[in-house]
Design a binder for this molecule. Structure first.
Ligand code: UDP
Ligand code: MG
Length: 320
């Protein structure tokens, strides 16, 4: 019997849990024999009573299903919740998915089928279509392409964290100790062969997305700064470009003035030059600051998360 561990991060998903469970159990019924599921719910400090909904689910189903619940002491963020789930997963196969039904559980079957072909350790679910708001769709589109350009790892475009990975990928991912996680990038960094299945990302079933613009932006910055130093190189290139420009301007200033008969008087040109350079410098400092901030949080080396309560671990698995 091969175990498939489902890693299910929950943040204020009380309304979605019953429907999610219904769809997941449909998938378990359709899964061919030889597989057994382990469900790891990570309640990431929800404040809407998700905890009780999960406990109810546990009580009603624990006799038939292997359900585990990890309650964080507070909200640590999606990437950390998934990381905890990965640490506790026992499966030969691990599946990471959202719990608001934007990642349709039925895709697990497609990923499993692809995985069984045997050539790949990572099967990611690639979004054929987005169904979020216009701004989120466009900014995600730009981000994935920018990431592809700057990151020194092959991260497929339009993929979130929804993916199936083998145990060895999961074990390798656990060795990446950074605090600012960008899991979809890390799974690619392991270097194992990857492939994808396409799916239509639907709307969140109930409730509001908790990935606000600032959380998404943080993830994007973590992704870029964690996988590339291109922004730092970009600073030198800009600096070099501006120096060349001012040097040429210094030399060519007199002939241009004579030939074109320009009257340079006035403070506008000086001011615009100063403001432009000032803005540029602050922007560049900001980029350096992002990296320094990263060094700072990494050196603090604080624990990634604190667990308040664990349910369902006693019988089958060793406690950490
Ligand atoms: N999530 C989490 N912790 C958070 C925010 C989100 O565990 O701090 C979970 C959430 O329950 C969901 C998934 O991460 O299963 C994706 O979150 P959301 O739907 O808000 O993001 P979006 O789909 O808009 O990217
Ligand atoms: Mg969502």
């Amino acid at each position: 019997m091969k175990i498939i561990s489902l890693v299910l991060p929950i943040y204020n998903e009380r309304q979605n849990i019953p429907k999610l469970w219904e769809e997941i159990t449909t998938v378990t019924k359709k899964t061919k024999t030889g597989y057994k599921y382990e469900f790891i719910f990570i309640n990431d400090g929800s404040s809407d009573g998700s905890e009780y909904e999960l406990e109810k689910l546990y009580k009603n189903n624990q006799s038939k299903f292997d359900i585990k619940i990890i309650n964080f002491s507070r909200n640590y963020g999606h990437q950390i919740a998934v990381t905890a789930g990965q640490e506790y997963a026992n499966g030969e196969i691990v599946v990471i998915m959202d719990t608001d039904l934007q990642d349709p559980p039925s895709v697990i079957l497609d990923m499993l089928e692809k995985y069984e072909e045997g050539d790949h350790d990572i099967v990611y679910a690639q979004r054929r279509r987005y169904k979020t708001n216009f701004f989120k769709e466009k900014s995600a589109w730009i981000f994935y392409r920018l990431m592809k350009k700057v990151a020194n790892v092959d991260i497929p475009v339009d993929t979130g964290d929804f993916r199936l990975i083998s145990k060895r990928v999961n074990d390798e991912m656990k060795k990446y100790n950074e605090k600012a996680k960008f899991l979809r990038g890390i799974s690619c960094l392991t270097g194992f062969k990857q492939t994808g299945v396409m799916f239509d990302r639907s709307d969140r079933y109930k409730g509001k997305p908790s990935y606000t613009f600032s959380k998404s932006l943080k993830l994007a910055v973590d992704g870029i700064t964690g996988f590339s130093v291109t922004p730092l190189k970009f600073i030198s290139i800009i600096g070099f470009g501006v120096s060349i420009f001012s040097f040429l301007f210094g030399i060519l200033y007199i002939p241009i003035t004579i030939i074109l008969n320009i009257n340079w008087s006035g403070w506008v040109s000086i001011m615009s030059g100063i403001v432009f350079l000032g803005g540029l410098q602050i922007l560049m400092l900001g980029i350096i600051g992002e990296y320094i901030g990263r060094i700072y949080t990494e050196t603090l080396n604080r624990p990634l998360y604190t667990i308040d309560k664990k349910i369902g671990f006693s019988k089958t698995t060793k406690l950490k």
